[in-house]
Design a protein. Structure first.
Length: 397
């Protein structure tokens, strides 16, 4: 067998099992950007010939990390809101006063596509420096057709600027634009924006913010029905600030994921399990907003709901460009285990994006790897600060 590259003398966390699929002396081989072998080095196919062989000297290899929920493309700054929250204002208070999402909308509408790409690259680079090889990026800071499409185009361009897979998501139902008629805006989302996003191939999925300060269950359902008509899968910001049965709503539409979930009830967790909907845990927003209600991790465990962890990187409520830090927070604040968060940044994060070609070290998947200078996988999560990353490999390179 001829391969392009072979990594030997490695310890693998393949993510093929809840115990991380550990191989103490393993190897990975790639051809044409895909994994053709991942497993015990003693089981390498006889006669394998590699154009390049890399000795890992006992280092750990995991799949490349996947950040499955970000708002990475935006303009402007909302650090003033940090001070306002310190003074006692709530997220909802700031939003009602024209801050929050509305502030980002004003700045993003004024930015060109080039401006958005230039502003996003440093944030993206911070994620890549931690071993991230796939990033989901939402729109939602335009709230008009031109800016929403510009955000999605900028997200796609980032994938040409860096060796990374970008998964764009359309989030027109993020907030109601100030001074806009509610029914008219929803009509434009459903009849104008979603069809165009689908026709131009600008997004892989459609998201919505189902919350008391955003969109109702009926409005969200109408958005999701439109997405389904145009062949787009759905995701949902659910149960972040209140128990609005958002998890059950996401499950009703067989959403790829429901995200945030601090107020999700038992029935919602059970519905997500039946629907195969991934729970995306976002401790960054929990921390920044000084929330006290924690997502029901035990309920997700009981019902077998896969749990992913993501940064929710955005300008206001989670200005955190560190997936490892968010995994650390998920353990510290929410009681998730190290194996749960490692799976949550790889295998289950891929599932949250509907991807079966990344997130696990097994033949047929893209050869996206993170090679770590650690003695054991727990160090990847336990350390705060620069990543103990030796190398990042995207599609075999």
């Amino acid at each position: 067998m001829k391969v392009d590259r072979l990594w030997r003398d490695a310890r693998l966390a393949t993510m093929t099992a809840p115990d991380l699929g550990i191989e103490e002396r393993g190897a990975v081989a790639a051809r044409d950007g895909r994994i053709v072998f991942a497993g015990p080095e003693a089981e390498l196919p006889a006669g394998i010939v590699a154009e390049e062989t890399v000795s890992c000297a006992g280092r750990w290899i995991t799949p490349g990390l996947v950040d499955c929920h970000t708002h990475l493309v935006f303009a402007g700054d909302r650090s003033d809101e940090f001070e306002r929250r310190l003074a006692g204002e709530s997220y909802a208070d700031i939003a009602r006063g024209g801050g929050g999402i509305a502030a980002s909308v004003r700045a993003t509408r004024a930015a060109s596509e080039d401006d958005l790409v230039a502003a996003a690259l440093p944030r993206l680079d911070a994620l890549l420096a931690e071993g991230v090889t796939t990033v989901e990026i939402k729109s939602g800071y335009g709230l008009d057709t031109g800016t929403e499409l510009r955000q999605l185009a900028a997200a796609r361009r980032l994938g040409a600027e860096r060796a990374v897979t970008i998964a764009p998501t359309y989030l027109g139902a993020h907030a109601l634009p100030p001074g806009t008629d509610r029914a008219d805006y929803l009509r434009r989302v459903i009849a104008e924006m979603i069809p165009r996003v689908a026709r131009e191939g600008l997004a892989d999925a459609v998201d919505a913010f189902h919350e008391t300060i955003a969109f109702t269950a009926d409005e969200t359902a109408a958005v999701f029905e439109a997405a389904s008509r145009h062949g787009l899968r759905v995701k949902l910001h659910a149960d972040q600030l209140n128990d609005n049965d958002g998890a059950a709503l996401a499950a009703r539409f067989q959403a790829l994921s429901a995200d945030h979930l601090e107020y999700t009830n038992e029935a919602g967790a059970a519905a997500m399990a039946r629907a195969g909907t991934t729970a995306v845990i976002l401790p960054g927003a929990f921390y920044v907003l000084k929330e006290t209600r924690k997502p029901p991790i035990e309920a997700f465990r009981r019902h077998g709901v896969p749990m992913a962890v993501a940064t929710d990187l955005n300008p206001g409520t989670s200005p955190i460009a560190s997936l490892r830090l968010c995994a650390h927070m998920a353990c510290t604040f929410f009681g998730m285990t190290v194996p749960e968060v490692l799976l949550g940044m790889t295998r289950h994060a891929a599932t949250a994006l509907g991807r079966t070609d990344i997130g696990v070290l097994e033949p047929g998947r893209w050869c996206d790897l993170a090679i770590w200078e650690v003695a054991r996988p727990a160090e990847i999560v336990a350390r705060i600060g620069p990543a103990p990353l030796r190398a990042r490999v995207w599609r075999g390179e």
